[in-house]
Design a protein around this ligand. Structure first.
Ligand SMILES: [Zn+2]
Length: 117
């Protein structure tokens, strides 16, 4: 529950501190990046509290996390990059808290998951 709360609270704090003039817009965009969790829908099972998202789900691959971080450095993609980077950091923290690792040791194959549908 703390993990979910942090997913809503952390972007709000960042929006309030760094985008105070347009915090509502900044918060909305960062909240929209939660759609990255739609990749859980192709995982089997869809939800597993003990599973580590980073490195497992299709849109949570480590190389993509680097790309999400890079988006922070371009004004037009900054809020998307920030939202995704905050999301990945919180997921990695959750991995550390639940499994003692920062990245999943097992990668989900999107193709095998889709084949099961
Ligand atoms: Zn996630």
């Amino acid at each position: 529950m703390l993990h979910i709360t942090l997913h809503f609270l952390t972007p709000a704090i960042v929006a309030g501190l760094f985008f105070s003039a347009r915090w509502k817009y900044a918060y909305l965009i960062m909240m929209a990046t939660m759609l990255v969790d739609l990749d859980h829908l192709v995982a089997d099972p869809i939800y597993d509290a003990t599973r580590c998202s980073i490195g497992f789900h299709t849109l949570h691959q480590t190389w993509l996390v680097i790309f999400y971080f890079a988006l922070c450095f371009t004004p037009k993609t900054r809020l998307i990059g920030l939202g995704l980077t905050i999301h990945m950091c919180l997921d990695a923290l959750d991995c550390q808290a639940t499994n003692g690792v920062w990245v999943s040791l097992w990668a989900e194959s999107s193709f095998s998951s889709i084949a099961k549908l």
